[in-house]
Design a protein around this ligand. Structure first.
Ligand SMILES: NC(=O)c1ccc[n+]([C@@H]2O[C@H](COP(=O)([O-])OP(=O)(O)OC[C@H]3O[C@@H](n4cnc5c(N)ncnc54)[C@H](O)[C@@H]3O)[C@@H](O)[C@H]2O)c1
Length: 340
């Protein structure tokens, strides 16, 4: 017999902040670099290609005493039945006994852990004097990119949001983003001075950005090599499945390349297409970001380099974040315990 704690999105939102996500993901990446964390191969199945699919990302974080998985199910027709398009569920288990510990609504964590990954790319690889951030994409995830980067990179103060699919990121969307970012920073107890503006010209915005975060499902690159000036850091986040690509292959080839997981990046991340095209090879990847965090690999070596961090999303981010949320929730008396 085992007992498992079930945590709803509302439980998690009360105890898990953007600052927590940054700590958890940084620790998870470091553990992976030190051989304490492993991401197992992703399982993907399409029920109806382009309409409904699911993926399972799993792994172990030995340093945190855990293994587990996140199952993400995407059913695009759900909104017609007043259901969410995406259901995400994370299961964490004790790696000493196999006992299940907690079942969590993953949606409450995914945005925070994904924003944390993008922001850690900027924290560890951007120039130290970086102040201008461009976020390409104004969808659900973009808010988390902005909030996490403002927390991780205290010098970033000017944020531009560009939507490649629209002439201008809609002001109403950016106004909502301002409110959401302010709420996320307040929940984390972080006070910052910054501005977030909507822009319509991606080329101009990319040309003055110090840090670019791409967060779209693009399959045709949205950031062109000619747009990006020397010294820029780019965190590529949207490409998390085969066929997606957000920056031109030539841009990837011109950059110092970092990833969250070498194998996944070239099989289903941002570096998949450039690798298949022959613009780069897996050997061109300088390091996993965790190796930089652990002091095992060098980050940026000059102010003129373009650095790219490809995060296609790995289970250790979810495991570390879920463990922290679980511990905090138990301390706060939140969640429902079920006996299995
Ligand atoms: N790497 C990770 O860990 C991770 C985690 C979560 C989501 N994602 C990925 O991030 C991406 C964005 O997620 P979201 O929830 O914000 O999506 P969303 O649908 O809410 O927003 C998508 C944004 O991209 C724009 N867009 C849509 N199609 C485009 C195209 N073909 N070319 C350029 N821009 C396009 C939209 O106008 C919008 O601004 C998706 O690809 C998603 O799978 C990655």
């Amino acid at each position: 017999m085992a007992a498992i704690t079930v945590l709803s999105a509302a439980d998690i939102e009360k105890v898990f902040t953007v600052a927590d996500a940054l700590d958890a993901v940084e620790d998870a990446y470091r553990q992976k670099a030190e051989g304490q964390g492993v991401a197992w191969p992703m399982v993907y199945a399409a029920f109806e290609p382009g309409v409904a699919d699911m993926d399972i990302r799993s792994g172990e974080l030995a340093g945190s005493g855990l293994f587990g998985l996140k199952l993400t199910a995407w059913f695009s027709q759900n909104p017609a039945q007043s259901l969410p398009e995406i259901f995400g569920t994370t299961l964490i288990c004790d790696n000493g006994t196999g006992a299940p510990l907690a079942l969590l609504n993953a949606s409450a964590i995914t945005g925070l852990r994904t924003g944390a990954a993008a922001a850690l790319g900027a924290k560890w690889l951007a120039r130290k004097d970086a102040t201008n951030l461009l976020v390409a994409g104004s969808g659900h995830m973009s808010t988390y990119m902005v909030a996490a980067t403002l927390v991780a990179c205290p010098k970033i103060s000017h944020v531009e949001v560009w939507d490649p699919c629209k002439e201008e990121a809609p002001e109403a969307r950016v106004e909502l983003m301002r409110e959401q970012v302010a709420g996320l920073l307040k929940a984390a107890g972080v006070e910052r001075t910054y501005e977030i503006v909507a822009v319509g010209d991606g080329e101009k915005a990319a040309g003055k950005a110090d840090v670019i975060i791409t967060i779209t499902p693009a399959t045709t690159p949205i950031i062109k090599q000619a747009w990006v000036r020397p010294g820029t850091h780019i965190s590529c986040v949207g490409a998390d499945m085969e066929g997606k690509q957000e920056i031109e292959s030539g841009l990837a080839a011109s950059a110092r390349l970092y990833v969250d997981d070498r194998a996944q990046s070239v099989s289903s991340g941002e570096l998949e297409v450039p690798t298949k095209e022959g613009a780069i090879s897996a050997a061109d990847i300088v390091a996993e970001l965790g190796e930089v965090i652990a002091g095992k690999a060098a980050g940026r070596t000059s102010d003129d380099e373009i650095t790219v961090f490809d995060t296609s999303g790995i289970a250790v981010q979810d495991l570390a974040s879920s463990k922290l949320a679980y511990e905090r929730a138990v301390e706060a008396g939140l969640g429902t315990v079920a006996v299995l």
